[in-house]
Ligand binder design. Structure first.
Ligand SMILES: Nc1ncnc2c1ncn2[C@@H]1O[C@H](COP(=O)(O)OP(=O)(O)OP(=O)(O)O)[C@@H](O)[C@H]1O
Ligand SMILES: Nc1ccn([C@H]2C[C@H](O)[C@@H](COP(=O)(O)O)O2)c(=O)n1
Length: 226
């Protein structure tokens, strides 16, 4: 099979399970594009924060994000995230956005617009790994392969604390659990595995091990399609 054959992989799961790391590496090795949909919700959140709107007012968040001059790249080797031409890769990962993103991503009108943009990017790419919370359930229900990454909250908090250099592990764990709760209990597209997703628990596997597992799943899918 040629390496430019269409292939759409959906990767969902809670924060810190390794979705971004695994999806980016998988895309690179498959010669596929990569889309980080969480970054899109983070840019919408930054835009709403800068507009100074009350994030508990869904109508105001909808209004403030209707015009969203967002550019997101899909090259797995080069991260590109811009808001009105400004490089916001660092700012969208900061505490202000991280603390507010669950509220903004719970607004159905925001989701509708971003889901439409995500589907357009997938259509353009043809061969792509897309990661988020609702990719297998809502954005791309016909994906060729759906993977749901999980890991214990403790393992995820430890990874996040290492990544951010935080000594307060209890606070990081509480934040991970807060976001899990908000993402999985919201009414609009809650975080959950698609019925046909393959669940991979990464608590006890390093990133190379996760990649081995993902490559085996891709081989199965490509074998079936040949
Ligand atoms: N299997 C693994 N074993 C150990 N550390 C890992 C593993 N996978 C990812 N990590 C590390 O955990 C941290 C979080 O990973 P990553 O950002 O890929 O998770 P994520 O699921 O995309 O999180 P979020 O949804 O919050 O963006 C990173 O520092 C990454 O290097
Ligand atoms: N498809 C998606 C992707 C992300 N979100 C929300 C939920 C997260 O709390 C937030 C940031 O995502 P991250 O960068 O941590 O992956 O965005 C969502 O609702 N749907």
């Amino acid at each position: 099979m040629s390496t430019d054959a269409p292939l759409v992989i959906a990767m969902d799961g809670p924060s810190g399970t390794g979705k971004s790391s695994a999806a980016r590496r998988l895309a690179g090795s498959l010669g596929a594009a990569y889309l980080d949909t969480g970054a899109m919700y983070r840019v919408a959140t930054l835009h709403a924060l800068r507009a100074g709107v009350d994030l508990t007012d869904a109508g105001a968040v909808d209004h403030a994000t209707r015009e969203l001059p967002l550019v997101i790249g899909t090259d797995p080797t080069h991260e590109l995230v811009e808001l009105a031409g400004e490089d916001v890769r660092v700012e969208i990962r900061g505490a202000a956005v991280t603390g507010a993103v669950s509220a903004v991503s719970a607004v159905p009108a925001v989701r509708e617009r971003l889901v439409a943009a995500q589907r357009a990017l997938v259509e353009q790419a043809g061969r792509i790994v897309v990661e988020g919370r609702d990719i297998g359930t809502v954005v791309l229900p016909a994906a060729d392969l759906k993977v749901y990454l999980t890991a214990s909250a403790q393992a995820r908090a430890a990874r996040r604390a290492d990544q951010d250099g935080s000594a307060d592990r209890a606070a990081v764990l509480a934040d991970v659990q807060r976001r899990d709760h908000l993402d999985s209990t919201r009414v609009a597209s809650p975080l959950r595995p698609a019925d046909d997703a393959v669940t991979v628990d990464t608590s006890e596997i390093d990133l190379d091990g996760v990649l081995d597992r993902l490559h085996a799943l891709v081989q199965q899918v490509e074998g079936v399609r040949q």
